[in-house]
Design a protein around this ligand. Structure first.
Ligand code: TXA
Ligand code: MG
Length: 318
């Protein structure tokens, strides 16, 4: 398909250098990662961080994730601990975000962390994100590149659709390999998963050799990704359904469902990773086809299926 957007750039070396210039000039860019696309800016610059919050219409009470290329120079911003090193060695670069204590001397914008002592950090494995971080001398603050409470984007066109020409530069890294946001684990307390993702609690338990908590519901919102209506596709979502209402879109999983115009199968092969990868793309497609609501069949609650169900539950919140 012909690319209709003028602000989407092939991630060759010359465009990576342009992306670098944009970041140094406190501009915001669209950045591919293996999970979802991010809205990236210089984490040390209040001006950049303010732009991110404005573009996303994100409440100033919801902190951002900071992306680094590796452990080099990390100590000036972050206080490490043993659990972090173990998980870093096992999973990084990759789809996991750590909540750690910020080094009090860090120059990271206080708006990123909403003045808290803790900070969320991540080391993306996508080649384009890695290459850009390597040539930058600053880390990147990057929330998912969507308007607050909406679906995360999983390709460059989704980012352009969401922000039109409000973002001037989007690096095209193709479709995201995972398609759901990273697992978030708080390591400032007894290891606690705040947001589920493709790296599961079981995967983490094996590395830490101890039980990790998974936050299901919180009264005090510790991570606003836990706020109730989130990942909203713009039309009502109903979960755990056996069939759709008349004229409604039906998201299915597995081979027991028929092929019909309003049926959208996340994985005919019963593959949960494939289903996760198709989830947001499918919901966007359904919205574009002008359906007025979506029913979703029951999705197995294991492995990355837990992350899928977490997103669906929040998308269906009334
Ligand atoms: O996969 C991902 O993590 C993507 C890509 C672009 O890296 N990013 C992402 O960012 O999903 P965002 O901003 O959409 O979600 C980050 C979540 C938010 O729910 C935020 O509240 C939480 O991380 N968070 C950030 N800092 C935190 C902190 N210090 N303590 C607890 N939660 C925090
Ligand atoms: Mg988000």
């Amino acid at each position: 398909m012909k690319n209709i957007y003028l602000n989407i750039y092939n991630p060759n070396f010359s465009n990576l250098k342009k992306a670098k210039k944009n970041i140094e000039n406190n501009n915001i860019i669209g950045l591919p990662t293996e999970t979802v696309y991010g809205l990236a800016g210089n984490a040390y610059s209040n001006k950049s961080v303010k732009k991110i919050f404005n573009l996303k219409k994100r409440p100033a009470t919801n902190p951002l994730i900071v992306h680094f290329s590796g452990l080099k120079n990390l100590k000036k911003d972050i206080n490490f601990n043993k659990n972090f090193i173990k998980l870093y060695k096992a999973f990084c670069p990759g789809p996991i975000t750590f909540i750690l204590n910020k080094n009090p001397k860090s120059k990271i914008s206080k708006m990123v962390t909403i003045n808290k002592k803790t900070i969320a950090i991540r080391f993306p494995s996508h080649k384009v994100a890695k290459n850009l971080l390597k040539i930058l001398s600053v880390p990147l603050a990057a929330p998912s590149a969507n308007i607050y409470s909406r679906l995360s984007p999983t390709c460059a066109n989704d980012v352009a659709d969401e922000f039109k020409n409000k973002i001037k530069f989007i690096l095209d890294g193709g479709r995201c390999r995972i398609g759901l946001e990273s697992t978030i684990i708080d390591l400032t307390i007894k290891p606690t998963i705040l947001r589920q993702g493709s790296i599961s609690a079981e995967d983490i338990c094996k590395v830490l050799k101890k039980k990790v908590n998974v936050v299901q519901k919180t009264k005090v919102i510790k991570s606003p990704g836990q706020s109730k209506l989130h990942y909203y596709p713009g039309i009502p979502v109903l979960i755990n359904k056996n069939y759709p209402k008349k004229n409604e879109a039906f998201i299915t999983f597995g081979n027991k469902f028929k092929n019909a115009k309003n049926y959208f199968n996340l994985s005919k092969k019963n593959n949960l990773a494939e289903a996760a990868n198709n989830l947001y793309r499918t919901m966007r497609e359904i919205k574009k086809k002008k359906y007025k609501s979506i029913s979703v069949c029951k999705i197995p609650n294991k492995g990355i299926g837990r992350a899928i169900n977490d997103r669906l539950k929040k998308a269906s919140f009334k």
